[in-house]
Design a protein around this ligand. Structure first.
Ligand SMILES: [Fe+2]
Length: 308
């Protein structure tokens, strides 16, 4: 894509929190980015793990076009027969027709699964690179909750004791799409389409990042399983619970209080996120998410690509 003269200014990054994040200014996302600008965003994401653009109005088509400049998009496993591919995910307690849905509506219950620490699409053999989410309707300033909380898993790994690092090194967690149904049995069962397209998978608990000089992070979710491969159910779940407590430590975290028009991008390879509870019956909350696909399976300390 050719550089656009109306978008010639370079971007400015203003750090948000000690654990992660920068506010990006100086880029006009309503016009196509040059390849150098798209690479600049990917580099800023690599350095800061989370980026926030403010004051945007974007249609779904514009968000998809912007997201495709960052990378190829994931197609969501939920089947929508009206589309060839489903690349936009509505994170909302408001229906596409604008109706504020009841708290026991299945589409709202799905949001509760997102209230647990996770990284998007960990249930895939190749999980995502980053998520791109636009705040369309957000909670009023005086409302309680509704933030998206993030936790830095590079920091979380570094803070583990040497004994725990050694214990985790050979272990894998089982991730599966269907786990949300176990948490909320009132949800409709996983469809045949979903079952076929996202079978259970295992990822190393210690993720190694060749693009970061083989730095390590903790790779765990709380919304896609709680079992550790090769351990008894009881021991695996006890370890998972212990790690859940660890990843919640405040020093790893950043809580994003949404303003309408915020576009937040986070690196799913190194940060977890969760939605803070809010009064879903009282407040409307509408976000639109696109997800950029990862470029390979999760590598662990014993992966061939790491062992060389
Ligand atoms: Fe998520």
């Amino acid at each position: 894509m050719a550089p656009d003269s109306s978008n010639a200014r370079s971007m400015t990054l203003t750090p948000i929190a000690p654990s992660m994040g920068a506010v990006v200014s100086g880029l006009d996302l309503s016009v196509p980015l040059s390849e150098a600008q798209a690479a600049g965003i990917r580099k800023a994401l690599q350095d800061h793990h989370l980026l926030c653009f403010r004051g945007l109005e974007m249609s779904a088509e514009e968000q998809v076009a912007f997201s495709r400049q960052i990378g190829a998009l994931e197609v969501f496993p939920e089947e929508d027969k009206t589309k060839d591919e489903n690349v936009v995910y509505n994170v909302a307690n408001v229906s596409p027709d604008g109706e504020h849905m009841a708290i026991d509506d299945h589409r709202v219950t799905y949001q509760l699964v997102n209230a647990r620490w996770h990284t998007d699409s960990s249930y895939r053999y190749i999980p995502s690179y980053c998520s791109i989410m636009l705040g369309i309707e957000v909670l009023p300033e005086d409302a309680k909750g509704g933030e998206t909380e993030f936790s830095n898993m590079l920091m979380a790994y570094d803070a583990l004791s040497p004994e725990m690092k050694a214990r985790l090194e050979p272990l894998f967690m089982v991730h599966y799409y269907e786990y949300g149904r176990r948490l909320y049995p009132q949800l409709p069962p996983v469809s045949h389409h979903e079952r076929v397209h996202v079978p259970p998978t295992c990822h190393p608990l210690v993720r190694v990042h060749p693009d970061r000089d083989n730095a390590r992070s903790l790779f765990i979710t709380v919304n896609a399983g709680n079992e550790i491969s090769g351990m008894s159910l009881e021991d695996g779940q006890a370890l998972h619970a212990e790690l859940q407590e660890h990843i919640s430590r405040p020093e790893f975290r950043y809580s994003h209080r949404w303003q309408a028009g915020d576009l937040v991008i986070w690196d799913n390879r190194v940060v977890l996120h969760r939605a803070a509870a809010y009064d879903m019956g009282k407040y409307r909350r509408v976000f639109r998410r696109t997800t950029v696909a990862g470029d390979g399976p999760v590598l662990g300390p014993f992966s061939q690509a790491i062992q060389g």
